[in-house]
Design a binder for this molecule. Structure first.
Ligand code: IPD
Ligand code: CA
Ligand code: CA
Length: 273
């Protein structure tokens, strides 16, 4: 007989718990945005609020009630749980903290579930728009219950792209400004939204055509990558090879503009070699 750690859980159950956790945390974040929150600085531009921490606690408690043997990797508390478990929950309780802290309404809760190290479930919830993005490996992606698919834009000239910058932008030369400048001259438009999880979902829903970033963390990508792939999108590293949420860089697109995006991202490497 299999131990609780090894037992198979129906993906629909995982999805239902992830949705409940994301919606509960979303309501909490909206409350904090109305009643006020405390800001702490991890570095001069990297913030965390008590809303981030409260949302994370609420998500982890709910997962623990349903799946006490599962492992958890969450942005604020780090890794916890039983090493032998086949399942790992990867949580960003508030993706877009800088936006949240300024009252700029673009942020979300990101909850991904891996089984045996592979992305199985993705849930990203934008509480200010009440938009729930979900994906289940092999079963498609949806927005508020309606199926979504990537765009058909096939040329960078007509593509709306998005990117982001990591909090060590002042300390590293690998700060994405070079790529940003080159894409600015190639794409129809560029955006910096402030939420990588929502950026992935917007590419999945065809609202954006492509997204790249150089120094992301697993909790920024885990849920959004499942949703994007299930919506027919392509995700790779900058060399065009297999993407891992434990690697830092990510290129995500509708697939059609992927080769052109890789070409732009590889220009720096060619120039400096
Ligand atoms: C950040 C956002 C942002 C991205 C940063 C992330 P946080 O996450 O996703 O869009 O550019 O790299 O760190 O700190 O708001 O959870
Ligand atoms: Ca994040
Ligand atoms: Ca966060």
């Amino acid at each position: 007989m299999l131990s609780a750690d090894q037992q198979d859980v129906p993906p629909a159950r995982l999805l239902a718990v992830a949705i409940e956790a994301a919606r509960t945390a979303g309501a909490l974040l909206l409350d904090y945005s109305k009643t006020g929150f405390r800001i702490e600085h991890k570095n001069p531009i990297d913030l965390v609020t008590d809303a981030d921490r409260a949302a994370e606690r609420c998500i982890i408690n709910l997962i623990g009630e349903h799946f006490p043997s599962h492992r958890i990797l969450a942005e604020e508390q780090g890794a916890s749980g039983h090493a032998p478990s086949r399942y790992q929950w990867i949580i960003d309780p508030l993706d877009g903290t800088t936006n949240f802290a300024h009252g700029f309404p673009f942020y979300g809760i990101s909850i991904g579930v891996e089984r045996d190290g592979l992305g199985l479930i993705g849930v990203v919830f934008d509480p200010t728009r009440n938009e729930l993005f979900t994906g289940q490996s092999g079963a498609g992606a949806s927005l508020n219950g309606t199926s979504i698919a990537v765009s058909k834009t096939d040329h960078l000239d007509r593509a709306l792209l998005v990117t982001g910058f990591s909090y060590d932008i002042r300390e590293t030369v690998n700060n994405n400004l070079d790529h940003f400048c080159r894409f600015a001259l190639k794409a129809q438009g560029l955006r910096r939204s402030g939420s990588a999880a929502l950026d992935l979902c917007y590419v999945a829903a065809g609202r954006l055509d492509g997204f790249w970033e150089v120094r992301l963390n697993p909790w920024d990508m885990a849920a959004g990558v499942v949703i994007l792939k299930e919506a027919g999108g392509t995700v790779t590293n900058f060399a065009g090879g297999a993407h891992s949420i434990y690697g830092k860089e990510l290129v995500a697109s509708n697939g059609l503009i992927h080769p052109s995006m890789l070409e732009v991202l590889q220009q720096r490497a060619q120039r400096s070699s």
